[in-house]
Design a protein around this ligand. Sequence first.
Ligand code: SAM
Length: 315
Amino acid sequence: MTSETPPPVDPTPVERRHRVAERAADEIQHRLAEPLRPGLYLVATPIGNLADITLRALVVMTRADRIYCEDTRQSLKLMQRFGIEQRLDNYHEHNAERERPRILAALAAGKIVALISDAGTPLISDPGYKLVRSAVGEGHAVHAIPGPSAVLAGLVESGLPTDEFHFAGFLPPKSGTRKNRIVELATIPGTIVLFEAPTRLGDCLADLAEVLGERPAVVARELTKLNETCHRGTLAELASWAQAATVKGECVILIGPGQALAVDDAAIEQVLLKALDAGSVRDAAAAVAERLGVPRRRVYDLAIELNEKKRAKDE
Ligand code: SAM
């Protein structure tokens, strides 16, 4: 009689899923038990889909001596979802000056301090930069726990070039200053990534279209959420769409690089006016030439003319 080994049986789909769940649970168990080095941890959290939390984010939030967040009510939802019971403290623009020395003292005492924002990666249009600068200055360890980021999620699904990009945060809310800022961004060679509130989206896109002209662009809305959408078109097309529709939810605007844009004199003068208020003709011309990527001589001549006009007006 021969005893044959039965052929291996392929796991069923349910068994496969159980295996993944078990391995993830093992991984986090193992990491929760490991010692965590003291220091400041910048922990990225989901931008809409709670399943985007990372294992390391859960470990750091569980092991931290202190967790600082922008809005405790907002962060509590995340903590409760994963059963994390650590105390939350606020760190936001209104109390940062007062709280920062306390956080630095905790770091000096060898504590583990985590900083999270309402959503996404801290410091990216969110509080934390000055804290990190001070922590680095005082020689404390600073660790990034990477994860969700509206900038990168929008960029990678936009279909626009990713080899070079420039994140410019939120543009100014008023059209005049916003257009000046857009002029400054016009010569950037890569994809431009912006944040914008849905209520300002139409007006912002209209200004972008006016200054930057025909460029491919994308509005990535409600990234990672069930009703995520990605609108693609030229800036002018997207401006018409956003001005006609009631756009709701959080948005990232992404603008593809244009043809090497000819910056006209009016655009240079617009930026020069502000620069001339702050410094001499020579300094203003040098700064504006560099910012707009145009020859210094041309800007200098325009600055002289502008300055003379200004002086004549003042007399
Ligand atoms: N630090 C965050 C990050 O790393 O994603 C960004 C914080 S900033 C205060 C908030 C802005 O990010 C929103 O106004 C919106 O422009 C963008 N944003 C955040 N979540 C988003 C989402 N799920 N979809 C699209 N844009 C989002």
